[in-house]
Design a protein around this ligand. Structure first.
Ligand SMILES: C[S@@+](CC[C@H](N)C(=O)[O-])C[C@H]1O[C@@H](n2cnc3c(N)ncnc32)[C@H](O)[C@@H]1O
Length: 211
């Protein structure tokens, strides 16, 4: 995305919870992967979506250091909960401290392990909102696993579905991520169980509603 547009969107939006700035700083200090963070613009969008949906139960696949989970939890209905799935245990302390600073320790349950295995623990039709942001080579698998877990009328939001614009190239690049994301977007479009639209915010969000 145009850097000036990004700055403008950030400057003209409501300020984010202070805990997010702390998570962002610590992620830069303690990991080499800060580019994976949702960041302020996408973060504000996720807060807005969550506040629009007012979910009772949220599921996140791919938590990293907790930035997007804190955003998604902002719109939870009273008594609502969020299950955060992350396979990398290295960020555990950072995630826990961030959730605590955001006042969300009792609201978010972190599940460390491969999401495809963790998902087996969850029962049918319970989530109002699912955010997919883990391994781009597994998006179709996540989708098939989570769709039965979403309530009718509930939403799945999948990040990075424009993959830095690579998805628009002709011929399509042969790398595994681009191929899988293209397969995912086609599969969602053709799925009669859902309706969807790709929002071209940052790296692209596929907004999918279960019918
Ligand atoms: C792009 S980052 C997530 C960023 C986070 N949602 C945010 O906005 O701050 C992707 C994360 O997914 C995790 N991941 C990748 N494959 C996974 C899997 N199969 N199960 C659980 N987590 C996975 C990675 O370890 C990484 O932390």
């Amino acid at each position: 995305m145009d850097i000036n547009l990004d700055n403008y969107l950030e400057q003209t939006a409501t300020e984010l919870p202070a805990a997010l700035e702390w998570v962002e700083q610590q992620t830069h200090l303690k990991t080499n992967h800060a580019r994976m963070l949702a960041g302020p613009v996408l973060g504000r969008m996720l807060i807005t979506f969550s506040k629009m949906i007012k979910p009772q139960k949220v599921l996140e696949i791919g938590t990293f250091t907790g930035y997007s989970a804190i955003c998604l939890a902002q719109g939870l209905a009273k008594g609502g909960t969020l299950d955060a799935l992350e396979k990398d245990h290295r960020w555990l302390d950072l995630i826990a401290e961030g959730f605590s600073r955001a006042g969300l320790s009792n609201v978010i349950s972190l599940h460390i392990g491969d999401a495809t295995e963790t998902l087996e623990q969850f029962s049918n039709n319970s989530f109002d909102l699912v955010y997919i942001d883990a391994n781009k080579r597994e998006y179709c698998k996540y989708y098939e696993l989570v769709l039965p877990l979403v309530k009718p009328g509930g939403f799945i939001i999948a990040d990075n579905v424009l993959w830095s614009g690579k998805i628009l190239l002709d011929p399509l690049p042969k790398d595994a991520q681009t191929q899988e994301i293209a397969r995912f977007n086609k599969m969602v479009k053709e799925d009669r169980r859902t309706e969807n639209f790709i929002l071209p915010l940052r790296d692209g969000l596929n907004i999918i509603q279960k019918l």
